[in-house]
Design a protein around this ligand. Structure first.
Ligand code: 6PG
Length: 248
């Protein structure tokens, strides 16, 4: 597996936006379409705001870029806990992206129905935009991920089953009082992503970053299950989050 790439900086939003804009433009130039998987929680909001403003708002090919989510809390889209709502407010309502390019996880549905619905959305999207893909699942241009203080990523939590072959599963999780019922993309589909980027900030994540890099145990540290088939994951870390990795 290709080695992860560490990018430590005080402004991980700007660093990530620079790379993401380039990756999306590359895929649109090569394939006529690009696909970006957004992560939830609070860390990426600064990135979304940077992407919604000059210069990135003008550099990202919004008409040809399709938006997906890595996970979603099973709440209605207008709920304050919805990852869709957070991304809509910080980014999507501020850029000229066609509504048909936004592929929302339908958090208003029951868990299994929401997982089945998104699985269908992924298949239909691939048939329409990437029919050459042999097995009919997307190879996303960019997959954004966060990291919880317990080492989870997307909604892949410590102790959760590792062998899910389905692209989307329903999970029940309990993290910092956030909604327990969720759906999440699985490593089976995340690892097909052409570029995978983790955004992690704050001293509270330093232990989870250290263990993810230094304590081999994918059951306890699910971010270790993210082993992209192509380029290694890029980790955008601010100095507090990276502090236990030593010299990087
Ligand atoms: C979610 C996210 C989750 C998040 C981590 C980190 O739905 O909550 O997808 O995986 O990335 O929990 O969250 P923070 O960025 O808020 O620390």
């Amino acid at each position: 597996m290709p080695e992860p790439v560490l990018r430590v900086s005080d402004d991980i939003a700007a660093a990530a936006a620079e790379d993401i804009a380039g990756w999306l433009a590359e895929d649109v130039a090569a394939r006529g379409v690009a696909s970006l998987v957004l992560s939830g929680g609070g860390t990426p909001l600064a990135l979304y705001r940077v992407m919604a403003a000059p210069p990135f708002a003008g550099r990202i090919p919004w008409s040809e870029t399709h938006i997906f989510w890595g996970d979603e809390r099973l709440v209605p889209p207008e709920d304050p806990d919805s990852n869709y709502r957070a991304a809509w407010e910080a980014l999507l309502r501020r850029v000229p992206i066609p509504p048909a390019n936004i592929h929302r996880m339908r958090g208003e549905l029951a868990p299994e129905a929401a997982a089945a619905d998104y699985t269908r959305q992924l298949r239909n999207w691939t048939a329409a935009h990437d029919p050459q893909t042999p097995d009919g699942w997307p190879r996303f241009s960019v997959v954004l991920l966060g990291l919880g203080e317990d080492g989870h990523t997307a909604s892949l939590f410590p102790g959760s089953p590792e062998e899910a072959q389905e692209p989307v599963i329903a999970v029940t999780a309990d993290y910092q009082g956030r909604p327990a019922n969720r759906i999440t993309l699985t490593p089976a589909i995340i690892n097909r992503g052409r570029r995978v980027a983790f955004l992690v900030s704050g001293a509270g994540k330093a232990a989870a970053v250290f263990d993810t890099f230094k304590t081999p145990d994918p059951a306890r540290f699910p971010a270790q299950r993210i082993r992209p088939e192509g380029a290694g994951p890029v980790w955008y870390l601010d100095p507090p989050a990276a502090q236990r990795l030593g010299r990087v």
